[in-house]
Design a protein around this ligand. Structure first.
Ligand code: BGC
Ligand code: NOJ
Length: 814
């Protein structure tokens, strides 16, 4: 079955059936005000923090899955028939339904009863509001008398509290209605200086602000009483569940189109100008009125929409590729890059699978996300790096997460995920290579946000490495701590109590369990820091780090190799994990990908052997599984990994985040065919042909695809907020296409399939536009470069002279 198609020209995915296998969503906003919107207008909005400043209410895991959102109802006032042009919630048999998810906007519409209606939803740049621009057209030959009703359910700000603390919340809700604008002001009378508003461009015939009056007793959003009877109740919410609904009358001549704009926004007043008059409890609306007025004018809406489109054109224009594969092109040029920006903005907080009330920003996650977005928003990446580093502990360890509003480390989850600190080195290296901004290493950064503890960022990186070296186990391999990249391999946990959190429960001291994954990562990070040190003239540091990397490489050879592949770990009893000696979980993907990616075993055949084992045992047509065989029972000494039924999540699911490690590893051994084949297996656009199996959005990556031991092998779950976005983007753009920022310039090192004749890339790098054409002359990965017509040694293009705006590069592969 097909549910839609890509429109690459317009950078849209067009959904043509409303009942997609799962809600297929999009994000609105890219600065401070955000919304999630599904293909049937479901979802919610928030300001900055999805938990603490939630504007609209959402009930997760509903039946139907996605219920509640930005719903508009139309009503024929002659026949009394009403429907929703976004299909939900009334679910009428609409015609020509379409949802166009684009870059920061969605347009949802359909036709029914000869009335065509579509709504454009977006957040203008620089504003803390969202626009719903409704266009209604009378396709019939007679004049029509219609009503339109808007609807939104306000959340009482703290989404966690809103969903649980009813004894209080049923009494606190407050609204004001003035000049057709509905103001939601719960708790404004006390400590909040912010309120939400919902405005409409037309003169309203009525409004409702109390949910149960609008809906009627025992009714739901599919048949609100106000809509059924054709007029609002003008209800005012005192407690219970404040909503916003406008009623607008539309009389349309044959062929006529009318535009109605709704504006839903967030606004703050200063403490001393909260009320008007000052002694009253009435919101001072003077500061917000001009903003509302601006966006109720459709000319301004159109301008703002154009500006948003230009913004995305500029951001995506930084890397554009033309390859022989259309799936690669649309992921690289549009959707994968766009998803990287979503992970930048949301981290792992708000999607349809992350509730927005749980995790803050992950230390490991956010450092990795940088790989995918740093070139698009370098200034904001700098801020992100410094925020992350400021939560680092003096030991060199890191809080596993921090809260975006306070920028403080999260005590609930704490520290001791022993891979965390090393990601900071990867994050900072990535940032410097992209921007050339070496000054960041001198930025004073505190430990644990403690004033007075500031040290140059460079020292933070040194402590990160030292953290691993201070924690080596019996084989000289890094101790795993609570867990490494695989949060679910909990070797010191030994949890036997139902419901106990694997992530936070007290662990053993952990002086035995070691991780070969961290060893691989250490080698990569130590070499990275050595490169950095060298360029700062710190040659002694550089050689120390290189030696440490060499030593660890040697230890991996000695104690981390199982004969055909790299071991995964040693458990708390000193027994092997991920070995042919194990009954289950004999081979894991992480050390194969990461050790090779770090360069271990490239010269002595181990790398090739390890990758061949991955190919033989872990690769399926839906992607590469995390381990094999899956764990068929719960193992106390392994923890959460064995808590998942076989084939799902970390228990032998295809964890898409680590597939690119193998892809990059394949490029390191020069196997472009395999690298690209693996890339294509999990490329969402390429998987669209199997959408009834895949089920998630075909335009973004999901965290996981069920592995071969699962009854639903090939089914994707948990789309959007995953490190998969950044890593796949990094793998295809920098390693397969091979256009790679380095400390000394732009490297051209493609490792593409043998049958590709070449490709073309435009890349803006440190302010210079590189037009790069790659042509294949032989079957190898050797590169011969001509830069602006002059043949060049090597494959790194040095920075051109200041003032150069454009460089033309011809690369011959042979
Ligand atoms: C999931 C992991 C996740 C962890 C922390 C586990 O249940 O399987 O993917 O990282 O929770 O939230
Ligand atoms: C999801 C987490 O966000 C990520 O950091 C982790 O590495 C994976 N789960 C694997 O467990």
């Amino acid at each position: 079955m097909s549910y839609g198609y890509f429109d690459d020209q317009n950078r849209e995915y067009i959904i043509t059936k409303p009942n997609t296998p799962l809600p297929w969503i999009n994000y609105l906003g890219c600065e401070a005000y955000f919304g999630i919107i599904s293909n049937t207008a479901g979802g919610y909005s928030f300001y900055r923090d999805a938990r603490l400043r939630r504007l609209t209410r959402y009930r997760y895991n509903n039946a139907p899955f996605d219920f509640g959102g930005r719903y508009i109802y139309l009503r024929d006032n002659v026949t009394g028939k009403y429907w929703s042009p976004s299909w939900q919630p009334t679910q009428d048999e609409v015609k020509d339904y379409s949802c166009r998810h684009g870059m920061g906007y969605s347009i949802i519409g359909s036709t029914l009863n000869q009335i065509k209606a579509e709504t454009l939803y977006f957040v203008p740049l620089g504003e803390t509001l969202e626009i719903w621009q409704l266009k209604v057209t009378n396709l019939s030959k007679k004049p029509r008398k219609l009503s339109a009703f808007s609807s939104i359910e306000f959340c009482l700000w703290d989404a966690q509290d809103d969903a649980t603390n009813f004894q209080r919340n049923f009494s606190t809700g407050q609204v004001e209605v003035k000049d057709g604008v509905i103001y939601h002001k719960t708790e404004y009378r006390e400590r909040r200086d912010h309120f939400a508003y919902f405005a409409c461009s037309e003169k309203v015939a009525g409004y409702d602000t109390q949910r149960d009056t609008f809906l009627g007793a025992y009714r739901s959003w599919d048949k609100p009483l106000a809509v059924e009877q054709g007029h609002s109740f003008n209800s005012v919410a005192h407690g219970w569940a404040p909503i916003g609904s406008h009623h607008v009358k539309l009389n349309l001549k044959p062929g006529e189109t009318r535009i109605v704009t709704f504006v839903l926004g967030y606004h703050e007043n200063s403490k001393d100008e909260k009320f008007d008059p000052p002694q009253s409890q009435i919101i001072n609306k003077k500061t917000v009125r001009p903003i509302i007025a601006k966006y109720l004018n459709s000319k301004n809406v159109n301008t703002a929409f154009d500006t948003l489109k230009k913004y995305w054109e500029r951001v995506l224009g930084i890397y554009q590729a033309k390859t022989p594969d259309k799936h690669t092109n649309r992921m690289v040029n549009i959707w994968n890059a766009y998803q990287c920006m979503a992970t930048f903005n949301m981290s792992r907080s708000a999607s349809f699978y992350e509730s927005g009330i749980g995790r803050g920003l992950g230390f490991r996650d956010s450092n990795q996300d940088l790989l995918g977005f740093v070139h698009m928003v370098p200034e904001r990446a700098r801020e992100r790096v410094l925020d992350l580093a400021s939560t680092q502990l003096e030991t060199g360890g890191a809080y596993h997460q921090y809260q975006p509003l306070t920028k403080r480390g999260n005590n609930d989850i704490g520290s001791d995920f022993n891979d965390d600190p090393l990601w900071l080195i990867i994050g900072v290296g990535t940032y410097i290579k992209e921007t050339g901004d070496w000054s960041i290493l001198d930025a004073p950064v505190p430990y644990d946000n403690k004033p007075g503890s500031e040290m140059p960022l460079y020292e933070h990186l040194e402590r990160s490495l030292k953290y691993t070296l201070d924690r080596l186990g019996p084989h000289g391999l890094p101790l795993i701590g609570r867990a490494d990249w695989n949060d679910c391999l909990n070797l010191n946990c030994f949890s036997d109590t139902p419901g106990q959190s694997f992530q936070t429960t007290t662990n053993k001291d952990g002086k035995v369990a070691e991780s070969i994954f961290i060893a691989g990562m250490f080698v990569l990070a130590a070499r990275e820091l050595a490169d950095i040190a060298e360029r700062r003239g710190l040659h002694a540091d550089a050689s120390n780090y290189r030696n440490a990397a060499e030593r660890m490489d040697g230890t991996v050879h000695k104690h981390g190799w199982d004969g055909e592949w790299f071991l995964r770990a040693y458990d708390d009893f000193g027994k092997k994990v991920g070995s042919k000696e194990c009954k289950e979980g004999k081979i894991f993907i992480e050390p194969q990908g990461f050790c090779v990616l770090a360069g271990i075993g490239l010269n002595d055949g181990l790398a090739q052997k390890s990758l061949d084992s991955v190919n033989k045992i872990l690769a399926t047509k839906h992607g590469i599984m995390l381990q094999q065989p899956s764990y068929s029972e719960y193992y106390l000494n392994l923890g959460e990994i064995s808590s998942y039924p076989p084939g799902y999540k970390e228990n032998a699911g295809i964890f898409c985040h680590n597939n690119p490690w193998v892809i990059i590893a394949e490029t390191r051994v020069g196997n472009g065919n395999r690298a690209f084949d693996y890339y294509s297996r999990i490329n969402p656009s390429a998987r669209e042909k199997n959408i009834d199996k895949h089920r998630c959005e075909p335009y973004v990556y999901a965290q996981m695809i069920a592995g071969k031991d699962a009854p639903t092998h090939g089914e994707a779950k948990n789309s959007w907020l995953t490190g998969t976005a950044a890593w796949n983007y990094y793998a295809i753009t920098q390693f397969i296409l091979g256009i790679r920022p380095t400390y000394s310039g732009l490297m051209i090192a493609p490792v593409i399939p043998t049958q590709w004749k070449g490709f073309f890339v435009t890349r803006i790098f440190q302010g210079v536009l590189y037009n790069i054409s790659v042509k294949r002359e032989g079957k190898g990965n050797n590169v011969r470069l001509t830069v602006d017509g002059v043949a060049m040694e090597g494959n790194v293009i040095p920075k051109p002279q200041i003032g150069t705006l454009k460089v033309t590069v011809e690369a011959i592969l042979f």
